[in-house]
Design a protein around this ligand. Structure first.
Ligand code: C2O
Ligand code: CU
Ligand code: CU
Length: 510
């Protein structure tokens, strides 16, 4: 991989074309030039994007300190005493926090002063009021990723909140909406920056009856993120005009330090025989996590829109950024045994911008068996909840949506344009086609969908999704029903650099 020609060996458009597409309306022409130069230099051989912070998770840096137990983010306090009403206050503001263990205090953005932000713990049917204050020096929004709520409450870039002002988000959660979600800023072009500065938090929506809760299965929320730091310990961003900036724009910004709930390599204690439910959120800007627990299979019980019909045993789970999974983990072995939750290598990259260390396994957390006595073995319920198939006997429209590098259907986002018009009350089938050599996770606001097939291979089981990774040169087919909430909704690649750069469109439902 040493010349610009190499870029065409996989049938990709040349770097010049890709770069100038991305740069055409939003990014500035400089980037295209950088990318061209970089291609000529041969990126595959370029040094990795390590910025001086210890390579946590690599064999080079094993923290010597005693294991730190995984903490749960604080839960937002409900100020309402009315049943079925949740009223909370959320403030986004600059703060100084210690992000790296033993590192300095650094400048961040935080919700209510913590990273991740406090968890929003809700129930199906709740009326939710969030008094949001924007104390950032810039515009923002709060987007409730995955929620099926009115468009005006969605926190999309169409509803920006000025610095120094407040806004009340009000919505009601539909029956059947139980699941794991998350919230994050979504202002025009600044989402990547604000999320990387620390603005993200988890949401749990609980069902009136949950078969795992009923059995007493304890649960944990695991919010995965990554970040990178300069030699002073500050959060590092590449200059858009630099080589690194060009690579970030292509790959999406990845960090070499992995966090779980803001902690590096925390430990989760588990008793022998104990079953734990982990709700995992991938809140990173671009990183795909391929999670595997050495020595045991994971029991995959849910994803974006909550529990599956039946549990599935899997050796690993793949989570594109913004996706959620729920897994059950069992305490097996002898007291003191430690197993590591690993992030296995996953090649989502174009060959010419693939990081040199992409094939390294990274360590995420450890699971340690305690000395406590054995817990009675809980059986996993055979049915978790029904997932009725979306009725596709009357499909109003079938569409194909093409994702190329930085573009959807050949265009960049224009907030004043409507790209897709759909009728309220109808069902559509969309083929999301990725025509380039890197993965793009496709996300639709406001409506859950069911994946029908991937490259023509029927999805093995049904689930509710709001994000679906579309691997390089492949397509997925989804069914979506617009049952409620007319208005304008975003659909986009959830690699935040791509989204900010205009890899987004507007759906109008009416
Ligand atoms: Cu996670 Cu458009 O959002
Ligand atoms: Cu969203
Ligand atoms: Cu993308």
């Amino acid at each position: 991989m040493s010349s610009a020609e190499a870029t065409t060996e996989t049938g990709e458009p040349s770097r010049v074309q890709i770069g100038s597409h991305i740069a055409s309306a939003r990014g500035g022409i400089r980037r295209a030039r950088i990318i061209l130069v970089a291609a000529a230099m041969g990126w595959a051989a370029a040094p990795s994007l390590v910025d001086g912070a210890p390579a946590v998770g690599s064999e080079h840096a094993r923290p010597a300190r005693s294991p730190e137990l995984l903490r749960q983010p604080p839960v937002l306090r409900n100020m309402s005493s009315h049943p079925g009403v949740v009223e909370v206050t959320l403030t986004a503001a600059p703060a100084r926090l210690r992000l790296m263990p033993g590192g300095p205090l650094v400048s961040v953005y935080a919700y209510n002063g913590t990273i991740p932000g406090p968890t929003l713990d809700l129930r199906e049917g709740d009326s939710v009021i969030i008094h949001f204050r924007n104390q950032l020096p810039e515009w923002t929004t709060v987007h409730w990723h995955g929620f099926h709520i009115p468009a005006y409450a969605d926190g999309s870039p169409l509803y920006p909140i000025a610095p120094g002002t407040s806004h009340d988000y009000k919505f009601r959660l539909a029956p059947g909406s139980a699941g794991t979600y998350w919230y994050h800023p979504h202002p025009d072009r600044r989402t990547r920056y604000q999320v990387s500065m620390g603005l993200f938090g988890g949401i749990i929506v609980r069902a009136p009856s949950d078969p795992l809760t009923a059995k007493g299965v304890p649960e944990k929320l695991l919010i995965l993120s990554d970040n990178r730091f300069d030699s002073t310990g500050a959060i590092a961003f590449s200059k858009p005009s630099s080589l690194e900036g060009g690579i970030d724009l292509e790959n999406g910004r990845e960090g070499n330090v992995l966090f779980v709930n803001g902690q590096v390599m925390p430990t989760i204690p588990i008793r022998r025989g104990e079953l734990q439910r982990w709700r995992i959120v991938n809140a990173s800007a671009a990183r795909v996590f391929r999670l595997s627990l050495a020595g045991q299979h994971l029991v995959h019980v849910g994803n974006d829109g909550g529990l599956f019909e039946h549990a599935v045993e899997v050796p690993e789970v793949l989570m594109a950024n913004s996706e959620r999974v729920e897994v059950l983990v069992r305490g097996t072995g002898s007291p003191g045994d430690t197993t590591v939750l690993e992030d296995l290598p996953y090649d989502r990259y174009m060959p010419q911008t693939r990081p040199a260390d992409w094939d390294r396994t990274r360590r995420v957390l450890s699971l340690r068996l305690t000395d406590d006595s054995v817990v009675d073995r809980l059986e996993i319920p055979s049915t978790l909840r029904p997932i009725p198939p979306l009725d596709t006997t009357h499909v109003a429209v079938r569409r194909t949506i093409v994702m190329s590098q930085g573009l959807i259907d050949g265009r960049q986002m224009d907030m004043h344009r409507v790209d897709i018009r759909s009728r309220l009350g109808t069902t559509e089938i969309w083929t999301i086609q990725n025509v380039v050599g890197m993965d793009h996770p496709f996300h639709l606001h406001g409506f859950h969908f069911q994946v029908l097939d991937r490259d023509g291979v029927p999805e093995p089981f049904r689930s509710w999704k709001d994000t679906g990774n579309v691997p390089k040169h492949s397509s997925i087919r989804i069914a979506v029903h617009f049952d409620d909430y007319p208005g304008k909704w975003m659909f986009h690649c959830h690699i935040l650099d791509h989204e900010d750069d205009g890899m987004m469109g507007v759906l109008e439902v009416r």
